[in-house]
Design a protein around this ligand. Sequence first.
Ligand code: SF4
Ligand SMILES: [Zn+2]
Ligand SMILES: [Zn+2]
Length: 321
Amino acid sequence: MECDRCDAEAVMHAAYSGAHLCEDHLGASIEKRVRRRVRRDELIPREASPENPQTWVIGLSGGKDSVVLTHILHDTFEEDPRIELVGLTIHEGIEGYRDKSLDACVELTDELGIRHEVATYDEEFGVRMDDVVEDDPENMAACAYCGVFRRDVLSRYAEDLGADLLLTGHNLDDEAQTALMNFLEGDVAQVAKHFDASLGPLPEREDQDDFVARAKPLRDVPEKEVALYAHVNDLPAHITECPHASEAYRGEIQQVLYDLEERHPGTRHSIMAGYDELAGIAAERYGDDGGVELTECPQCGSTTSVTGDRCRKCTLLDALA
Ligand code: SF4
Ligand SMILES: [Zn+2]
Ligand SMILES: [Zn+2]
C-alpha cells in the first residue's frame, strides 16, 4: 500500500482516520500533533524569553513513550532559547529492569546533548523496590508504594531543578484508559483533579501552587504509533515491562478499549474529546472544594494532604524500616 502523501510504501494504516502513511509522513504527522498539543495547552507562557527561559523536566523512564517525547521536544526546541530541557530518570531498585532502561536514557541524552539527572530510591530513601515487594508491610500492590515514592522524588527534584513544567510521555491509550477508569469508578472529583493536574490549558487550571504543573504532549498519539516512531527512528527504547507491574484493573480496561477500537475505530479519540470537555466543567464546578487542605509533614517537611500527621511517604518508610 502506498503512502497517501507520497510514493513511498506505507508503514501504517490508521483505521480511525483512514490514513496510510510512510515512515517520513508518519513521523511528521506525530510531530505535528505534539506541537499542536503544546500550543493548545499553552505550555509556553508569554513571559518566557531567552533571558527568562523555562525549565522543562521530562520524566524519562527509558520506555518508548518518554524516549519519543524527549526526541520530539528536543527537535522542536533545540534552537529555541526560551526552553531548556532536562531528562530525569528514577531508578526504583528493580533488578534487571531499570538498569537496561537507564542505559537507554543515558544513550539518548548523550546523543541529543541534553542534561540528564538520575534519582534512586536507594539514595533518596534507603529502599529498593525489590526489597519493598519482599517485605510488603502494608499488604499492598508494588505500584502503591512505588507511586508514593515516585511522587516525592519528582516534586523534590522538580523544585531543585527549578522546573516550570514536568512533562510525561502518556499517550492516547494511557489517557483514554484513565478517563474510562475515572468514569467507571464514578469519581468526578478525580476527573476535576485530572483537569487541574495535566489536562487543561495551563492558564485555565486551578491554582496548583504547591506542585509543579504537568503536561502530556503525547496524549493525542496512539500507543502503536509511538512504538512505530521509536522503531523507524531507531531510538534507544527499552521495551520490557516492570516485573512488579500489578494494575490489574487498568489491564482489563485496556483490553476493553482494544476491542472497542477494533470494532469502532476512533473510540479513544471520542472518549478523550468528551472527557476533556467534561473534565473542564467538573473542574469549574468543584473549584476549590475539590482541592484538599494541604499541610506540611512534621517529619520531612513535604507538602501533604494528610492533616495533622506525617505524609504517606514517611508512614511507609517507617513501616519498611
Ligand atoms: S510498574 Fe509499579 S512497581 Fe513497576 S515501576 Fe511502575 S509503579 Fe513501580
Ligand atoms: Zn509519505
Ligand atoms: Zn513526610
